[in-house]
Design a protein around this ligand. Structure first.
Ligand code: RIB
Ligand code: CA
Length: 309
């Protein structure tokens, strides 16, 4: 029986790979795609999500608009320099078909999925955690229906948006703290420490393009992101952060995790948005399962396999 899955996303180039990966994985049943601001504004991430569902032939999946801004403070910065002004590497306009918009707010769609699922639901949060935080805050009665939350975000080492903070967490630190300190829900955090190790090399992306029609579209969406990675890091590759997190949501246990309490810095100093582990033996919980290791080659091959025809 496939696991019910909600994907909360801010597409986003790596989100695009992640969403298509989930839709092509029989282990999960994508019950809803909920969308937030993030890489670019909601005015772009929302149609991008609709375009991705149409691209994957899944216009049946409910797609709904969530937060247009963070819970408390304005978003400090977007990531258009990585994802393009349109959020899909400049290719959004070429994706003409869009799945119909579910008119309900994202949290309402999430709660309906939770209420009607016959088994615990996995939530894969691969953008700012605002929608997920709102769900937890407004529907504590549904916490027990969440099987696990898999979050792409954070870093125990350097950030990618500031020296201390990774983008998804930095976009809404208050929301991230809310989710990462939620008791009674298994939370897996997939941080930059691992996703950067899983960066897909250029030949992997070329093989993606040759492997299926949808892979060719994804490789095209990845072009600018891949170029930005080469310019920034000096090698031909692309960090598919969200796809690594989705693979863990699809195949639990793919990534090797370490239980650590995580606190998010919500001050306005240089550390804002940092994900701070508490390694003390008697550290107060709740524990977050932090994914710090994996068979990187196996992860990349498994993502590639699912995107090939
Ligand atoms: O830091 C990487 C994360 O930020 C990914 O989810 C990417 O899509 C961006 O949202
Ligand atoms: Ca994302």
């Amino acid at each position: 029986m496939p696991t019910p899955l909600i994907i909360d996303t801010d597409p986003g180039v790596d989100d695009a790979v992640a969403v298509v990966l989930a839709l092509r994985s029989p282990e999960v049943d994508v019950r809803a795609v909920t969308v937030a601001f993030g890489n670019v504004a909601l005015g772009f991430t929302l149609p991008n999500a609709r375009k991705l569902l149409a691209l994957a032939g899944r216009t049946d999946v409910p797609v709904a608009a969530g937060a247009a801004r963070p819970l408390v403070y304005p978003q400090a910065e977007e990531a258009a320099d990585w994802h393009g002004a349109d959020g899909l590497g400049g290719r959004a306009a070429s994706l003409l078909a869009e799945a119909p918009l579910d008119p309900r707010p994202a949290v309402d769609v999430m709660t309906e999925v939770l209420r009607h699922a016959a088994e615990p639901v996995t939530i894969a949060s691969i953008g700012p955690l605002t929608n997920t935080a709102l769900l937890l805050a407004t529907h504590p009665e549904l916490i027990g229906r969440i099987g696990r939350i898999v979050v792409m975000g954070g870093s125990l080492g350097a950030g990618n948006t500031t020296g201390a903070a990774e983008f998804n967490i930095y976009a809404d630190p208050e929301a991230a703290h809310r989710v990462l300190t939620q008791p009674d829900v298994p939370v897996t955090l997939v941080p930059l420490d691992l996703t950067m190790r899983c960066a897909a090399p250029g030949p992997w992306i070329d093989a993606l393009s040759a492997g299926s029609a949808i892979g060719a579209v994804l490789a095209d969406i990845l072009l600018a992101y891949r170029a930005a990675f080469r310019e920034r890091f000096g090698r031909d590759a692309a960090a598919l952060h969200d796809a690594v997190a989705l693979l863990e949501a699809i195949v639990p246990g793919t990534l090797r995790t370490t239980p650590l309490p995580i606190r998010v810095a919500c001050d306005h100093g240089p550390g804002r948005g940092a994900t701070v582990p508490d390694g003390r033996p008697d550290a107060p919980g709740p524990m977050v399962h932090v994914a710090l290791d994996a068979d990187v080659d196996a992860v990349l091959e498994e993502i590639a396999r699912r995107l090939r025809d």
